[in-house]
Design a protein around this ligand. Structure first.
Ligand SMILES: Nc1ncnc2c1ncn2[C@@H]1O[C@H](COP(=O)(O)OP(=O)(O)OP(=O)(O)O)[C@@H](O)[C@H]1O
Ligand SMILES: [Mg+2]
Length: 273
């Protein structure tokens, strides 16, 4: 699958949230989008998935402009690019297995969904995915009873139920503690490498982008200001992406993944004393 974002802009009033972006994705890699708050990361992902319309431009998927799709064709595209959100967006009081089966919503008739008439095959698939992501034991529990990390894995399972070519993740670990953040990122990475799906993830922090991504895109004020490998993402480049203000520091854009390691080192040191 080849995705070409061509001259895409999104205006809110006279402010460009996304300002003439051009990007191509033609490999099923792990792509990270970074940038400070308000840079336009979410707006870009939402346009890709058609949750939000573009003001200008085209998004060509194997040559077809998905921004122009309507009705069933639009839903078919949305099935191909499943979204994962920071707040999981599960149905809290519904059991985990049903939440996952709801990933089929775009593929099954309303009637089927209404009466919960999932086929045996669908149910087997759902349990297989839950097992793969290490949350099968939670299948009968209400989603709200799970930890954040478990809920995000259920949300990823729901996305996988669509068998998407692309997974779009908007800050998938921003609400998680360091340990769960790592489990969720490892899960997304596995899905990318083992299944050959493309993952495009908005990430709040540099260290996560460096650790998991094959390609990092830096956005600033709605524009793409960096597109390269983690190795090319030097401190100077990062300063440019996040804005060259004096308060910039790696620590300020660091998730807790590194902190976790530092804490562990610290604990070991303490024990050694
Ligand atoms: N529905 C909206 N109405 C008006 N302005 C909006 C709307 N959605 C986003 N914006 C504006 O567009 C710009 C880009 O927002 P966006 O949410 O895409 O940024 P972001 O990079 O995802 O930020 P964050 O890291 O905080 O999630 C911001 O200036 C924001 O205030
Ligand atoms: Mg955002």
């Amino acid at each position: 699958m080849k995705i070409d974002i061509v001259n895409v802009s999104k205006l809110f009033g006279d402010k460009a949230a996304v300002d003439n972006v051009n990007l191509s994705f033609d490999k099923a890699g792990f792509i990270g989008i970074i940038g400070r708050s308000g840079a336009g990361k979410s707006t870009l992902l939402r346009m890709l998935n058609r949750l939000s319309d573009a003001t200008r431009g085209e998004i060509l998927v194997d040559g077809t402009d998905v921004l122009a799709l309507r009705g069933a064709a639009k839903r078919a595209w949305q099935n191909q690019c499943a979204m994962v959100f920071q707040q999981f967006n599960l149905v809290p009081r519904m059991d985990v297995a049903s939440n996952v089966l709801h990933g089929l919503l775009g593929r099954r008739s309303t009637l089927t969904t209404l009466f919960n008439l999932w086929s045996a095959e669908d149910i087997t698939t759902a349990f297989g995915i839950l097992e793969r992501l290490g949350v099968a034991e939670q299948a009968a529990k209400r989603a709200e009873a799970l930890s954040g990390g478990q809920q995000q894995r259920v949300a990823i399972a729901r996305a996988l139920m669509q068998d998407p070519k692309v997974i779009l993740a908007d800050e998938p670990i921003a609400s998680l503690d360091p340990m769960n953040a790592q489990i969720v990122m490892d899960t997304l990475k596995r899905i990318q490498t083992e299944d050959g799906r493309m993952v495009i993830a908005n990430l709040h922090t540099l260290d996560t982008a460096r650790r998991y991504c094959d390609r990092v895109i830096g956005m600033r004020d709605g524009r793409v200001v960096f597109d390269g490998t983690p190795a090319q993402l030097t401190a100077g480049v990062a300063r440019d992406i996040y804005g060259a203000d004096a308060s910039f520091s790696e620590a300020a854009t660091s998730t807790a993944l590194e902190t976790l390691e530092r804490d562990t080192d610290y604990a070991v040191t303490m024990l050694g004393d």
